[in-house]
Each structure stands twice: as structure tokens, then as C-alpha cells.
Design a protein around this ligand. Sequence first.
Ligand code: OGA
Ligand code: MN
Length: 304
Amino acid sequence: MPELTITPLGYAMGAAVTGLDLRRPLDDLTRRRLYDAWLKHVVLVFPGQPLTPEEHIAFSANFGALDDHDSQAPETLLEGHREILVVTNKHRLGKPSGTRNTGRNWHTDLSYTMRPAKGSLLLCQEKPPVGGDTMWANLTMAYETLSPKMQAILDGLEAVHDVTLVKGIGARDPAIVQAMKQRNPAVVHPMVRVHPDTGRKSLLAGERVSHILGFSEEESTALLDFLNAHATAPEFVYRHRWSVGDIVLWDNRCTCHVALPDFDQTQPRLMLRCSLQGESVGRLAEAAPAATREQMIQTVASLS
Ligand code: OGA
Ligand code: MN
């Protein structure tokens, strides 16, 4: 058996792990080495691991309990294995797949639920000849490179995450979208998270955030646009060019990611995802939307 080797792939994050057969159970020492490598490199790539669904689930469980995907439309889960979400542009059960555009804007998995995922393990089963890449942004770096004054402002802020901002959701079957909304009412999360394992702070923003609590709509949009542009700058990003049989494990507690539409959509792409259950940190958002600048001006005018 070759030796377990961890090779860094990018400056911001990413490392390839070779010398392991993931079909076999991990011993305690190997599990600990992988977990430490995960914390250090944030995104781990395991090439050449075409696992069966059972093996994928068993390997994922080394990193935490699995999410049961209660938040997802049932028809997007693998038959007989609800721990696996099927991300594909191939027809499913004779219909266009509901996940054909999954992940097309910068997001942190399941941030629109009370329990954003701890991590995810995505296995590439089929891919187009070119493209279909995924990018991750390191949100610890993003936070740590903000000025102390901006960090202090963000430390006290919360934002609303909304499933209806999943890009392309409008193209899905309206009944399924309605059920997704009912299952996932808008939730509030802090804009700065403390990583439970490393103690480091990271920014939680992304393109599924509707607004910052207490800010006017315009203030919120301006700050979110700045933060999202800052966080996803190329120097904080690892871009993965998939090969069939790659498994990528990412730490969802300190990253966001995007699935690029950089491929010929007539070519099949099929990815299987296990999600690690996160801590329950959110709370339900109140229905009130952010006030607009115009409304603020009118409120002040009526007082004076
Ligand atoms: C996901 C996701 C990215 C991709 O499964 O969480 O965002 O490239 N997928 O398919
Ligand atoms: Mn995702």
C-alpha cells in the first residue's frame, strides 16, 4: 500500500490526498490525520475513488454525522439513500433534473436552513469533456483581510438567508419550489462565524443572503456586494477541474463555493453529494423586509 500523501494544490486552500483506498474503513490514526489535514487545507481532493453509495456514505461519516437532507426536494435524493443528493443535468425519472443548476451562485451549503452543513463530500461520476469546474472561496482569509474596523462592524451583524435566492430556482417546477419555501422559511445567521474546531473567525455572506438585519435595503446591498466581491477575489479561491472518481471534501464552516456553468449543457454531468450535519445556529427571520432609503427619509420627515 503506498503511503498517505497530502499535496497542497493552491495558496488559498486545497490539497490532494493519495495513497488511501477509501473503500476500506479508516483506522483511528488515519482518520485523525485526515481530519487535521482537512482543518489545515479546508478543501481536500481524493482522486481516483469511484465509491458506491454505501462506501461514499461510510467514508463521509468519518468527518461527522450525515445530514438527512430533510430540507431538500425528495426527488433530488438518491433512491434508497437519502444521505445522497444527486446533482445532475441528466433527466431524472423521465423529467428535467431539479438540480441541473445547483450551486450556480456563491453559497454555503444549507445556509438557508437553521443548520448550515458542517461540510460536504461531492463525488464526480460523470463529467463533460471540458469544464464543469467548481470554485471555493476561503472565508477565513476573507474575514482576516478586512480592516479591524470593518471586522468590528461585522462582528455585531446578522443577515437573512433565503432559499428563494438559489439561482435558477424560478426555472424549477412551481409546486416543488413552493414546497422548498415551506420547508425552508428565511433564517437569520450571524455574519461572522467562529469555527468550532479552529476557533478562527470567518465571514458568512454569499449570494443567498437577502439583507443585513437593521440596515436599509440600499446599505445592505452595498455592503453585501462589497463583501461578496472581496471574499471571492481570485487570491482566496481554489478552482477544481474535475476528473471522474474525484471526491472533494470541503469545510462548509469557513468557505463558500459556486458551480460554474462553463460547459456544454448537452453533455452529461453527474455528481453525488453527502452533507455533514451542521450545528443548529440559525433562527427564523421575521417577515419584515429591510426598509428602503426612501422610507427612512419619509419616517424622518414625518418626525420633524
Ligand atoms: C453542491 C454544489 C457544485 C457542483 O453540490 O453543493 O454546490 O459543481 N455543487 O456541482
Ligand atoms: Mn453547494
